[in-house]
Design a binder for this molecule. Structure first.
Ligand code: PMP
Length: 397
């Protein structure tokens, strides 16, 4: 027998499983609300103009494809810091923040997890209940025990904040707490600024290690608004990790563009931290790919392209909000006995719609695909498919 003969089949990824079923469906009117991707009103993944222009500039340069430094392109890392912490941030000026380019937000989380495991091996990790489905697997694969903290409240479709705060206060010192900086995936339920005040105070008082995951900066209230919580954490002076992703905000999913930033207590500590982050990268994939990083560094540092990006990102943000509003109004007309107003309050690409697993199953019979948990991607709705979706939902309620 082969050395691999005893290997079992790994469980299927639940979200990719939906896409497989969707792809196999021969109904031409099928609709996939299970994805985590932004589609425009024509149902297409956009290629942003700022990306096209940046690529045109790069092609003209005919630059050789050398290796990037282990920590990635310097201009990219600098642009990330300014975006995440704010250009005037003290942690940048005092050289207390270090940033490494990463393979998407996922890669950033993984570098952070491996780094933390090396220096804080006995800490446990806490993620929201529910959270992005890869958070648990990722931290477990880095060797951590992963626990949930209370977050979503099914009855209000919002955050059960008292329970969340109590959970934070009960965590042991040194615990690593993964927080969604904005646009919570999968629920769409975010904290208010006043609730963040309490979270920050609890994290500081409890000696917790905050790991902010920001995969959707610009999809909530705006680029600076969504990043505000990172700045507020940075201002407290606690050790802080931030993973960010440009997959959605630049519609560059397949380029794998993200970064991990870590805030240290001093410039000296930061330099030592960076050297250790580089070790993690070096032993995993040596250095990151060049193209996506250059596109983003070019777009963010060229004023004309930067403005273009901010406008295009605002366009995506506004379209999602309009879809939320239309969804709520149309459902009100079609299913007057049911309250979907909470969908308007949710933020980002996703909504925990409140649909049950059974209802999701019935939608699938009509070739409309959502996640069993009831998560729908609002960014997959458009002016052409929304009536079909709303009619189908009204039928299964
Ligand atoms: N964190 C969260 C909360 C996410 O939803 C995602 C997926 N978009 C990621 C991280 C990973 O991002 P990326 O696709 O850039 O790896």
């Amino acid at each position: 027998p082969s050395v691999f003969s005893a290997i079992e089949m790994a469980p299927r990824d639940p979200i990719l499983g939906i896409t497989e079923a969707f792809n196999a469906d021969t109904n031409p009117a099928k609709i996939n609300l299970g994805v985590g991707v932004y589609y425009d009103d024509n149902g297409k993944v956009p290629l942003l103009k700022c990306v096209e222009k940046a690529e045109a500039i790069l092609i003209e340069q005919h630059a050789p494809r050398t290796y990037l430094p282990i920590e990635g392109l310097a201009a990219y890392d600098k642009a990330v810091q300014e975006l995440v912490f704010g250009a005037d941030s003290a942690v940048i000026q005092e050289k207390r923040a270090v940033t490494v380019q990463a393979l998407g937000g996922t890669g950033a989380l993984k570098i952070g997890a491996d780094f933390l495991k090396r220096f804080s091996p006995d800490s446990e990790v806490y993620i929201s209940n529910p959270s992005w489905e890869n958070h648990r697997a990722l931290f477990e694969s880095a060797g951590f025990k992963v626990n949930n903290y209370a977050y979503y409240d099914e009855t209000t479709h919002g955050v059960n904040f008292p329970a969340m705060l109590a959970a934070l206060k009960a965590m042991p010192r040194g615990a690593i707490v993964v927080l969604h900086a904005c646009c919570h995936n999968p629920t769409g339920a975010d904290l208010t600024q006043a609730q963040w005040d309490d979270v920050i105070a609890a994290v500081v008082a409890g000696g917790l290690v905050p790991f902010l995951d920001m995969a959707y900066q610009g999809f909530g209230a705006g680029i600076a608004e969504d990043g505000a919580v990172v700045r507020r954490f940075a201002a407290t002076g606690v050790a802080l990790l931030v993973s960010n992703s440009f997959s959605k905000s630049f519609s560059l999913y397949g380029e794998r563009v993200g970064a991990l930033s870590v805030v240290a207590a001093s410039a000296d500590e930061a330099a030592r931290l960076l050297s250790q982050l580089k070790r993690v990268v070096r032993t995993n994939y040596s250095n990151p790919p060049i193209h996506g990083g250059k596109v983003i560094a070019t777009a963010l540092s060229t004023p004309e392209l930067r403005q273009m990006w901010e406008d295009e990102l605002a366009g995506m943000r506004v379209r999602i909000k309009e879809m939320r509003e239309t969804f709520v109004q149309k459902l009100k007309a079609k299913a007057p006995g049911h309250d979907f107003d909470f969908v308007r309050e949710q933020v980002g690409m996703f909504s925990y719609s409140g649909l049950t697993k059974e209802q999701v199953g019935k939608l699938r019979e009509q070739s409309i695909y959502a996640v069993d948990t009831g998560r729908i991607c609002v960014a997959a709705l458009n002016s052409k498919n929304i009536d079909v979706v709303v009619d189908a939902i009204a039928k299964v309620l």
